[in-house]
Design a protein around this ligand. Structure first.
Ligand SMILES: Cc1ncc(COP(=O)(O)O)c(C=O)c1O
Length: 366
């Protein structure tokens, strides 16, 4: 079965085989070697200096990494402005509410890019309780496939001394993230999307200077505590050892294949192949390519076909597509091109849609 959902992804045989390595006790040096290698290789994906940055691992899914990041990095007397234009931006606000992290929201339409002028005005007006210290945003809003304008937001934040907390769950490893930007404090992500590992390992790449000011609001996901213990070759809890095996192998494969730029190019080619193939059959993307990620695209359902019918028919042919979220489920479907997929797979996929092509009107007989 080919998975066109936004993670978990189809594994390569190389990563799958890595799951069959020795059983490990997580209190033995072999596990700490594995953990350290995963952390080093995560930083190496973006040539980050381990003195300035830490990769903090957790046994969890991407949401936990986002939760750990925002619960730790917004100080008690700070305030985070959350940019929302989809489900995952809304989720950051839910997390902040649950932990009573001081926050305000800029709520935009799911169909629109964040309004940079409105965000600048909100940052300048300040929070009700004082000044905004942070801005939280989803890089690739998987709800619609939109790539939010990180460079534009960074510019707003840099000149105002506001630090960015980025949900990079569905972009890290493929889309460009400028870690040289002084406004970026942390990126939360997961092993089982653009890195092609298995579910069970998530992480936050965080500036060490930000960690020194971290707050402890949660027990299990306490970012600073996890970082400190992992720096000392320790772990507070039982980690998903096999997910870490797979992460390390996936990161080796990532490097062997040319790193982030190569992964971007591969996804871009597959995403465009699907887009042009479906467009030739009258199936249009929700958003133009210029504002879309290369990771996932949202498409309008073929005329007269509902999502369950489309899903079940494609599944019978070996493809799992993904529904739209909320109200979008009635009009959209989504296709992600992450994972161990190739151009021949996408040709077959596009071919499967031909059955829904509107028939040409037959000429009247007479
Ligand atoms: C942008 C974004 N953030 C967070 C998540 C949540 O990740 P998880 O389901 O691994 O908790 C997802 C999942 O697709 C996502 O796309």
């Amino acid at each position: 079965m080919l998975l066109l959902n936004p993670g978990p992804v189809n594994l390569t045989e190389r990563v799958r085989r890595s799951l069959l390595q020795d059983d490990l006790c997580h209190r033995e040096s072999e596990f700490y070697d594995l953990q350290s290698e995963a952390r080093e290789r995560l930083l190496a994906t973006h040539d980050l200096d381990p003195k300035a940055w830490a990769a903090v691992l957790m046994t969890a899914s991407g949401t936990a990494a986002v939760e750990s990041m925002v619960a730790a990095l917004v100080p008690e007397r700070g305030c985070v402005l959350i940019v929302e234009n989809g489900v995952y931006g809304e989720r950051i606000a839910q997390i902040c509410a649950r932990y009573r992290v001081p926050h305000e929201r800029v709520i935009g339409s799911w169909m629109e890019a964040p309004d940079l002028d409105a965000i600048a005005a909100r940052l300048d007006a300040g929070a009700a309780a004082g000044r905004f210290t942070h801005l939280a945003v989803v890089h690739h809003e998987t709800t619609t496939g939109r790539l939010n304008d990180l460079a534009g937001l960074s510019q707003l934040c840099r000149v105002r001394g506001v630090q960015i907390l980025l949900d990079g769950v569905s972009s890290f490893g493929a889309e460009s993230i400028d870690f040289g930007d002084s406004s970026l404090d942390a990126v939360a992500a997961t092993a089982n999307k653009c890195l092609h590992g298995v579910p069970g390992a998530a992480f936050v790449i965080v500036r060490r200077s930000a960690l020194t000011r971290a707050v402890s609001r949660t027990f299990y996901l306490d970012l600073a505590r996890l970082a400190a213990l992992q720096d000392q070759r320790g772990t507070p809890f039982t980690p998903a050892v096999h997910a870490y095996y797979a992460l390390v192998e996936a990161l080796k494969e990532f490097a062997d294949e040319g790193g982030r730029a190569a992964r971007y190019a591969r996804y871009a080619a597959l995403a465009e192949q699907v887009r042009t193939g479906l467009a030739s059959q009258g199936i249009e993307t929700l958003l133009p390519p210029a504002v879309s990620s290369v990771v996932l695209r949202a498409y309008r359902l073929p005329r007269g076909v509902d999502y369950p019918t489309l899903h079940d028919s494609l599944k019978a042919k070996g493809f799992v597509i993904y529904a739209g979220q909320g109200d979008l489920s009635k009009t959209l479907f989504r296709i992600s091109t992450m994972g161990n997929l190739n151009a021949a797979d996408m040709d077959r996929l596009v071919d499967c849609f031909r059955q829904w092509q509107p028939r040409a009107q037959s000429a009247p007989s007479g």
